[in-house]
Design a protein around this ligand. Structure first.
Ligand code: ZN
Length: 398
C-alpha cells in the first residue's frame, strides 16, 4: 500500500502506431531533402528503412518513471519535462527510429539509500512482470552509486534489451542547468539507440561508433559521447550557456591539472582511441568529442549529423561516416586534431553560427500535449550496468 504511494511510474502512451501513411510521406520528403542537400552525399544510395520495433520491445508505453520516495513530485515533473522536451527534439514524429523510441524507463534517485533500493526493486520487478529476458540479470544495487555519487547513465542496450533504462540522480537538485543537461545527454543516447536494429551487442556497439578505435575490443567514447555532449549543450542551454559549455570542454581542467586541450596534446592521444579503460582520460573522449561534432556541424550542418544517425543501421559506422561526410573518419579526425591546435578564440568562433542555425525546436511537449501526470506503482532492474560506467554528472564546467 505504501509502495503505491512511494514508487511511481508515469506513463505516457506511445504515439508511434498507425503512422504508415505519414511515414511514407516522411520518406518521400526525406528523400527530397537528402537529394538537394549535400554534394558530398550520394543521395541515390540512401535508402531509409522504417523497421518495426522487434518483438522484444514488449512495452508500448513511452515513459515509465521509477522514482525514489524522497524525490518530490515537483522533481519528478521537472525530470519528465526535460526528457519529454528532448524526446520532442530528436524523436518527435516524423522520425526514422520512432518504432524503438518507447519503453524508456527512468529511475530517479534521491539522497536516501533505502528509498533508492525500493525504486530499483520496482524497476527490476517491472522487467520481470513484463517478461523481459533482461530481468534475469537485473542489478538490484544500481541505485547505490547514484545516491552516493550522483550522475546519470543509460544502462541498457535497447536494440538488444527491448527497453531503454535511464538512471538519473536528483541528489543535488533538479533546477540547475547541469541536471537538465544530463537529462538531454541521456536522451540523445536514447535517440542513438533507436536508430540501430540488431540483437547483437557487438553490432550495436559497432554501429554506435564505439568500436572505432585502433583496438576494436576497447570501446571508445568520442563519437557517441561527443554527440550527446554537443547536442545536450546546444539544446539545453541558451546561446551563452552553450558557448560556456563548449569553452569549458576545451579550457576547464576537469579531472586534470591542466586544461583539457593541453592534456590531450600532452598525452599525444588520438581521439578515436580514448576508451573507458583509460580512467579519467575518457573525459577527453566526451569533451573533445563534442568539439569534433561541433566541427562537423560547422562544415556540414546539423542536419547531416541526424542523417548519419538515421541511416547508420544500413551500412554501419565506418561506411555511413564516409558516405555522409565524404572522408573516412580517421582522416577526418586527423584533420580535426590539426585544426584543434588553433587558438581557442578561433575555435570558439564557429559556435555562434551553429547556435543561430539550430535545426530543431521544441514546439510542444508531451506533457503539455496530453496533460498526463498520472502515476502508477512499478519498479526496476539493471542490465549492462557497465555500458556507461562513467558518471556523467561532470557535464557542468568545473
Ligand atoms: Zn553519455
Amino acid at each position: 500500500m505504501k509502495l503505491l504511494i512511494l514508487f511511481f511510474a508515469l506513463i505516457i502512451p506511445s504515439q508511434s502506431q498507425g503512422a504508415s501513411t505519414a511515414s511514407q510521406l516522411f520518406l518521400n520528403l526525406l528523400e527530397t531533402v537528402l537529394a538537394v542537400r549535400s554534394g558530398e552525399v550520394d543521395s541515390g544510395t540512401i535508402k531509409i528503412n522504417l523497421p518495426d520495433a522487434p518483438p522484444r520491445f514488449l512495452d508500448e508505453q513511452r515513459f515509465r518513471v521509477f522514482a525514489a520516495t524522497d524525490v518530490s513530485q515537483d522533481e519528478i515533473d521537472t525530470t519528465l519535462q526535460h526528457v519529454s522536451d528532448a524526446y520532442e527534439l530528436w524523436m518527435g514524429s516524423p522520425y526514422y527510429g520512432k518504432n524503438q523510441a518507447k519503453a524508456i524507463y527512468i529511475m530517479i534517485t534521491g539522497k536516501d539509500l533505502d528509498a533508492g533500493e525500493v525504486a530499483n526493486r520496482e524497476y527490476c520487478d517491472h522487467l520481470a512482470d513484463t517478461g523481459f529476458a533482461a530481468a534475469q540479470w537485473c542489478n538490484p544495487d544500481t541505485y547505490i552509486s547514484y545516491v552516493t555519487n550522483g550522475g546519470a547513465s543509460i544502462s541498457s542496450m535497447a536494440p538488444v534489451d527491448g527497453f531503454h533504462f535511464m538512471i538519473i540522480a536528483a541528489k543535488d537538485g533538479v533546477t540547475n542547468n547541469g541536471y537538465k543537461q544530463m537529462a538531454y545527454h541521456e536522451m540523445f543516447h536514447v535517440y542513438q539507440h533507436t536508430n540501430v536494429f540488431s540483437d547483437s551487442v557487438d553490432e550495436v556497439d559497432s554501429k554506435m561508433g564505439r568500436m572505432s578505435g585502433d583496438n576494436p575490443k576497447e570501446l571508445v567514447a568520442w563519437w557517441m559521447e561527443g554527440h550527446a555532449d554537443f547536442f545536450s549543450a546546444l539544446y539545453s542551454r541558451d546561446a551563452r550557456g552553450f558557448k560556456d559549455e563548449m569553452q569549458c570542454a576545451l579550457e576547464c581542467t576537469g579531472p586534470f591539472s591542466v586544461s583539457r586541450k593541453e592534456k590531450f596534446f600532452e598525452e599525444g592521444l588520438k581521439l578515436r582511441n580514448i576508451s573507458w579503460d583509460q580512467g579519467d582520460l575518457v573525459d577527453l573522449g566526451y569533451r573533445l568529442g563534442s568539439w569534433f561534432v561541433a566541427y562537423l556541424a560547422s562544415v556540414h550542418g546539423e542536419g547531416a549529423l541526424y542523417d548519419f544517425w538515421e541511416t547508420v543501421d544500413e551500412l554501419g559506422f565506418e561506411a555511413t561516416f564516409l558516405r555522409q561526410f565524404g572522408v573516412d573518419y580517421r582522416t577526418y579526425l586527423d584533420e580535426f586534431e590539426v585544426w584543434l591546435r588553433n587558438p581557442n578564440e578561433d575555435l570558439l568562433a564557429i559556435l555562434d553560427d551553429i547556435y543561430a542555425s539550430k535545426a530543431r525546436q521544441i514546439s510542444s511537449t508531451i506533457l503539455t500535449d496530453n496533460g498526463s501526470n498520472s502515476r502508477m506503482a512499478s519498479s526496476g532492474l539493471v542490465i549492462n550496468d557497465n555500458l556507461f560506467p562513467r558518471q556523467e554528472s561532470q557535464v557542468a564546467c568545473d
